[in-house]
Design a protein around this ligand. Structure first.
Ligand SMILES: [Zn+2]
Length: 238
């Protein structure tokens, strides 16, 4: 089933109402959602769905379903089951999601400081990482941290841009990630643009202005194999 992905046009929605369109063993499907399903290296959202009675259904994870734009809200164990057609009030765990958005956007900035093909990536609420196909000797933690923070300090507004799959095919240089290709089949591809810094296909959630990231710290650099040199960052505690 198809779900309207409200976070795509507004990543800052903390609450919304939605109707239940399917309930099955893999999860609960809704007509619209603010919960981001795990993808592109970003973890799925958690939160709660409130019933009209006030009863709470805790959402332990959010995953993609089988079809394009299908989203599975996975309830925590022994939660009440909603009825088909029931209206629920969704509340995303905003503190966790906002940390994911800040780290995710920080990785976009960092991917322009380390100039090398990206072979992997992951974002959890406490840290994010990118793997690069690069020689270890070219990775300097202090330098990466300093340059990334200098770019973040430019406080640039981010933009979402849509292009057709044909346009993307004509500009393969836009795709930095060798392991995560943008989803295909919908006819158009979503890009994140940080003017003057980065432009690449991405379906994730980002902050509106890169200043919201604050400062980052490079917490570790290590080799995870010949083509995977991993740079791990966290948000600096200020
Ligand atoms: Zn992104």
């Amino acid at each position: 089933m198809t779900t309207e992905l409200l976070f795509r046009s507004d990543a800052y929605l903390k609450t919304a109402q939605a109707q239940v369109i399917a309930v099955h063993e893999r999860g609960i499907e809704l007509d619209r959602t603010i919960f981001y399903p795990m993808g592109g290296g970003q973890l799925g959202d958690t939160g709660v769905m409130l019933r009209a009675s006030g009863e709470r259904i805790a959402v332990a994870d959010t995953r993609k379903g089988d079809s394009i734009d299908s989203v599975l809200h996975i309830p925590a164990s022994s939660m009440p089951q909603p009825e088909l057609g029931e209206t629920l009030t969704l509340e995303v765990d905003w503190q966790r999601r906002y940390a994911l958005m800040r780290l995710h956007t920080a990785l976009h900035v960092m991917s322009c400081v380390v100039v090398a093909p990206v072979t992997g990536g992951n974002i959890s609420p406490d840290k994010g990482r990118l793997d690069f196909d690069i020689d270890m000797s070219l990775l300097d933690a202090q330098g990466i941290e300093h340059e990334t923070n200098a770019l973040i300090a430019r406080a640039i507004e981010t933009e979402t841009v849509w292009i057709t799959e044909e346009e993307l095919d004509a500009r393969p240089e836009l795709v930095k990630t060798m392991s995560v290709q943008p989803p295909r089949g919908a006819g158009r591809v979503r890009l994140l643009r940080i003017p003057g810094i980065d432009l690449q296909p991405c379906g994730g959630t980002h902050v509106q202005n890169i200043a919201e990231i604050g400062r980052i710290r490079v917490i570790r650099i290590r080799s995870e194999g010949k083509r995977n040199k991993r740079v791990e960052i966290s948000l600096a505690v200020t």
